[in-house]
Design a protein around this ligand. Sequence first.
Ligand SMILES: Cc1cc2nc3c(=O)[nH]c(=O)nc-3n(C[C@H](O)[C@H](O)[C@H](O)COP(=O)(O)O)c2cc1C
Length: 292
Amino acid sequence: MKDLSPAERQYYLQHIIAPRPICFASTVDKEGNVNLSPFSFFNLFSSNPPIVVFSPGRKIRYNTTKHSLQNVLEIPEVVINIVTYDMVQQTSLASCEYPKEVDEFIKAGFTKEKATLVQPPMVKESKAKLECKVIEIKELGKEGGAGNLVICEVLLMHIDDSLLDENKNFDQTKLGLVARLGGDWYCRVGPDNLFKVKKPSIQLGIGIDALPEGIRHSMFLTGNHLGQLANVEAIPLVEPSFDDEHLRNIFQYYSINPEEMEKEVHLYAAKLLDAGKVHEAWQVLLASENII
Ligand SMILES: Cc1cc2nc3c(=O)[nH]c(=O)nc-3n(C[C@H](O)[C@H](O)[C@H](O)COP(=O)(O)O)c2cc1C
């Protein structure tokens, strides 16, 4: 890191520590001037107490501090508005270096909504917002590029009804989050690129090292496939009742060529795993182990 300039460090780190969620922070100073700025050095660090942290850095070029930081040092309150795709261009506009007295709500065209417990206004257009008390500010350095951790306790959370079902379950596909990567890159979270990874069972997964050799060293199963297979609590037993037409066809067609049969079976298991059918994939692999 010593061989890189602060700008270069930031450049590479921002490309690889990504995507980062965006905190759109609304703050006020002692005179009541409002500031609204996005920060992607931001995340959730604790849920009890509920703590989120964002980091307005010292400007690399001029080594000055950001208005948002100056404001929370005066009035230790912030509303963190979550940024969705519908808001992203206006949010970016709000990051322009307007003079301190300029209200970015007006410049970027967002609507103010009164918060319940804190002074800074909320962004009406945001579907999720957090009213926070700033409990600590930790300066990380004195030079350009140094961050300042603004440690916030969430006092009140607003979640738009459209994101919840009748049982108050959150629908992740509906929020339309965006996140920041390196340079000008952003990504958009939507049904097309969301996927699930089953949480490891409370019982311990057997681990890749406990998979049968033939599966572990398969030429056709990837690390993701092995990760799925190794997340079971014990190697499943062969179910005599398991009957799969495609597998039967493979056995019949490749009966005189065990190598090809193994390839076809593993490719079929891979397909089942890609569809989340771990149980079936295991049965296919176990049935073939007995045959090949
Ligand atoms: C999406 C996005 C994320 C940003 N993240 C950060 C960040 O984490 N830290 C930072 O210091 N500046 C960040 N910036 C730049 C600030 O938003 C910008 O400097 C802003 O104008 C600061 O405003 P202020 O001086 O009014 O507080 C980001 C800009 C954008 C568009």
